[in-house]
Design a protein around this ligand. Structure first.
Ligand code: GLU
Length: 429
């Protein structure tokens, strides 16, 4: 297999067949604008020094400042960060928000660090990236294993270096530090609005629809809660340690309660604060992916559905809350088997959309209520879902290719407006 980046940009050529786009637009999108590699020295609690490797990539800013999260994970690489930045460019174009794509990452297992070490690492990252990011150039946010508190430290460090309060440099902050209401569950809520659109189209009865969620972090927990509250049957969840399965469906709030309490997914039923374990079958992450459910929700990392297991997938719908959970090869197999994939660049775009709202509020110094955030997110997600769905039907293509077609036409407009070969050749010729 080639690099993750090569696999990802293959979608551009596929989509270009269905939309009139200047060839140089595709060429531009195949090359990230710039990348920063850094070594971050951190004083550890025991007095020793450890150097962590970090990255920040700005992929494309034709539609606005680059935007995207910072990931703390042992498997981070420059190839991965480039790919994630590319997906951000496409994602912002799919939902039509005026931002480009960026991403950052640090090679670290934050679970091995103390909280104070994580703080020093987070502030160190900003000291290295201070000239690369900014409220009008590149705006980071949370991603895998980073959270509002880390965003708060990063904003504080940036503000100190600039000698001025700069909340708009980063999103996903704690609400008390200029974060937006509704950013915490925004990724899941965007995906949930996609499911609600399908529900209306397909006349689903939620109680008859089974759901499996792979990954029980921020996005996974919130989507499970939202769907469970609507009567959907969440029959399996997993985290990096393994998963649990129950045909009857779980009481999701108590699963979350147990996860927060013990840091493990456990089937419990809680009444007041008294929790009891309830019967559930233990399964692996791999087994969860192959369960016979209606909706499978990968909500962890990339490359979990590959050419090795794609033909064993029994779900009818896959909602990609993670970035890049399905490889290009797997996508072809799933399409052949009539599995509908609601692609990451649409399904998880709720996160960056509410990040955009947060940035707007920071720039205005005027803050919105939760209802306003939800209404605006709902309007964007349903509008763009419908657009992508109709492009899919019009051309008989996958929903992923349709989302790329939709994004490409917006990216094409922005790049074309600045002049492409056609414009310059005409004016000089
Ligand atoms: N990390 C999230 C994503 O992959 C959110 C990015 C943002 O809010 O800027 O979409």
């Amino acid at each position: 297999m080639g690099s993750l980046f090569d696999d990802a940009i293959g979608n551009l050529d596929m989509a270009a067949e269905y939309v009139s786009v200047e060839p140089e637009v595709i060429e531009r999108l195949k090359h990230p604008k710039c990348a920063l590699e850094m070594n971050i020295p951190v004083r550890m609690d025991d007095g020793s020094l450890q150097i962590f490797r970090g990255f920040r990539v700005r992929h494309n800013d034709s539609r606005g400042p680059t935007k995207g999260g910072i990931r703390f994970h042992p498997n981070v690489s420059l190839d991965e960060v480039k790919t994630l930045a590319f997906w951000m460019t496409v994602k912002c174009a799919v939902v039509g928000i005026p931002l480009g794509g960026g991403k950052g990452g640090v090679i670290v297992d934050p679970k091995q660090l103390s909280r104070m070490e994580v703080e020093r690492l987070s502030r160190g990252y900003i000291r290295q990236a201070v000239d690369f990011i900014g409220p009008h150039t590149d705006i980071p946010a949370p991603d895998v294993y980073t959270n509002p508190m880390i965003m708060g430290w990063m904003m504080d460090e940036y503000s100190k270096l600039q000698r001025q309060h700069s909340p708009a440099v980063i999103t996903g902050k704690p609400v008390s530090m200029g974060g937006s209401l509704g950013r915490d569950d925004a990724t899941a809520r965007g995906g949930y609005f996609c499911v609600k659109e399908l529900e209306a189209m397909k006349h689903w009865e939620p109680k008859n629809i089974t759901v499996a969620v792979q990954g029980f972090g921020n996005a996974g927990q919130h989507i499970a809660s939202l769907l469970h509250a609507d009567g959907y049957k969440v029959v399996a969840v997993s985290d990096s340690q393994g998963g649990i399965h129950s045909k009857e469906g779980f009481d999701v709030p108590s699963l979350i309660y147990a996860k927060l309490d013990t840091k493990k997914v456990k089937a419990v039923y809680c009444e007041g604060s008294v929790c009891e374990a309830v019967p559930a079958e233990h399964i692996t992450n791999e087994e969860l992916l192959e369960l016979d459910v209606d909706i499978l929700i990968p909500a962890a990392l990339e490359n979990v559905i590959t050419d090795k297991n794609a033909s064993a997938i029994k779900a009818k719908y896959i909602l990609e809350l993670a970035n890049g959970p399905v490889t290009g090869h797997a996508d072809t197999i799933l399409q052949k088997n009539d599995v509908v994939v609601i692609p990451d660049i649409l399904a998880n775009a709720g996160g960056v959309t509410v990040s955009y709202f947060e940035w707007v509020q920071n720039k205005n110094g005027l803050y919105w209520g939760l209802d306003e955030v939800h209404q605006r997110l709902h309007a964007i997600m349903t509008r763009e879902f419908k657009c992508v769905y109709s492009i899919m039907q019009e051309h008989g293509i996958s929903m992923r290719t349709a989302a790329y077609v939709h994004a490409l036409s917006r990216l094409n407009d922005a790049i074309f407006a600045q002049g492409t070969q056609r414009y310059f050749a005409e004016s000089t010729g």
